[in-house]
Ligand binder design. Structure first.
Ligand SMILES: *Cc1c(COP(=O)(O)O)cnc(C)c1O
Length: 365
């Protein structure tokens, strides 16, 4: 078999299925597994075979509204190893609420917020008890956890079988986890505007749905092929206002000191990192604004630019290219304010700073 990308899903997974009358049938499944050490000792070929089984849910239908028409939504959140050996999830209640909104937006029965929070804490706790989750390493403190590992949690919906156009009345909610190392791309933090449109007014841009990711992925891969790290989407109507990156929100620290991020509407995804950064910035005495910002204003007035998202955390942007013109921000390195916000956010996530808002929830099996 040709060697594919081996997705390493941890053994403990969750499968919920909507029944009648707002009831969900819930299963916490421990998939067959070796020990973590035995797993790590497998050859690439053996590991691929082994992980294919982990990524197989034989009682879920292949032909359905999700695989045929992109009718589904998902979430992404992380658990962070703590110095005391525990793992804590960052704001799972926020992801739960957003998933409920997404499902409502897709006219599906809504997965209850409490079930989402409980299931996510539990599968992380189970994988932790089985010895599959990352362990805190004091070395990470040296560069503010930029190289820190974490556990990525991916909840998603999956529809009942079907091939005619229809809504999903009886969805599944599946949750899997995978360990992630540092999300770090050395030497390239360049962004470029894309001519593609991610979201239209009165569309699904505000929903974290599968379908939105087609244009995002195409634009991002095109940008990467052209030597950039990220694609920036402009509004679809005036082709002038910045919306966001391919799967992340975007912030601009203007030369006069105000931190600006595009205002949420129905074409910008309400990121939880975005929301958290706005709180942390205000706490640090930084003036923040959520408003429309044009590409021209950003190119002429910004001194620092960064993107935010669960996967990226806070990631600085060294330059933006738009219509063949490139502007480099600061000296092309991470700016002071970006670095400060990154330090504060990671410090809270890895338990090194006070969690005064109660954002971190401990996993339990
Ligand atoms: C998920 C996502 C984000 C980031 O949201 P977080 O909650 O911060 O991870 C931003 N933009 C899009 C399009 C997304 O799908």
């Amino acid at each position: 078999m040709a060697k594919g990308f081996t997705l390493e899903i941890n053994p403990a997974v969750y499968v919920g299925k909507y029944k009648e009358n707002s009831a969900w049938e819930e299963r916490f499944i421990e998939k067959p597994h070796l020990s973590k050490a035995e797993e790590d000792a497998l050859s690439d070929e053996e590991k691929e075979e082994y992980m294919i089984k982990r990524n197989s849910f034989p009682d879920l239908p292949l032909v359905n509204y999700t695989t045929q028409y992109g009718f589904g939504c998902f979430e992404g959140l992380k658990a962070f190893p703590q110095e005391d050996g525990s793992l804590k999830l960052f704001r799972p209640d926020e992801n739960a609420k957003r998933m409920a909104k997404s499902m409502e937006g897709l006219m599906m029965p809504v997965f209850p917020v409490e079930k989402f929070v409980h299931a996510s804490l539990k599968i992380v706790g189970q994988n932790h008890a089985l010895g599959f989750t990352p362990v805190y390493d004091g070395e990470w403190e040296k560069n503010d956890f930029v190289l820190g590992h974490s556990l990525y949690i991916r909840p998603f919906t999956y529809s009942e079988p079907g091939i005619g156009l229809n809504l999903s009345y009886y969805p599944w909610v599946v949750m899997v986890t995978s360990n992630v190392g540092a999300y770090f791309m050395p030497g390239n933090a360049k962004a470029v505007t894309t001519k593609m449109v991610r979201a239209n007014p009165n569309g699904t841009g505000w929903i974290k749905c599968d379908a939105n990711y087609v244009n995002s992925t195409l634009a991002k891969r095109k940008a990467i092929a052209e030597g950039y790290m990220e694609a920036i989407f402009l509004d679809s109507k005036e082709r002038k206002y910045i919306e966001e990156g391919s799967s992340c929100n975007i912030f601009f620290l203007l030369k006069k000191g105000t931190l600006v991020t595009p205002v949420l509407g129905d074409t910008v995804l309400p990121g939880i990192t975005r929301k958290s950064v706005l709180v942390l910035a205000k706490d640090s005495g930084i003036k923040t604004e959520e408003r429309q910002i044009s590409i021209d204003e950003a190119m002429s007035d910004a001194k620092e630019v960064f993107i935010t998202g669960t996967a990226a955390g806070i990631c600085y942007i060294e330059s933006i290219t738009h219509n063949d013109k490139t502007v480099v921000f600061g000296d092309g390195k991470m700016g002071e304010t970006t670095h400060h916000l990154l330090k504060v956010l990671k410090g809270i996530q890895y338990g090194k700073r006070e969690d005064k808002y109660g954002w971190m929830l401990k996993a339990k099996a």
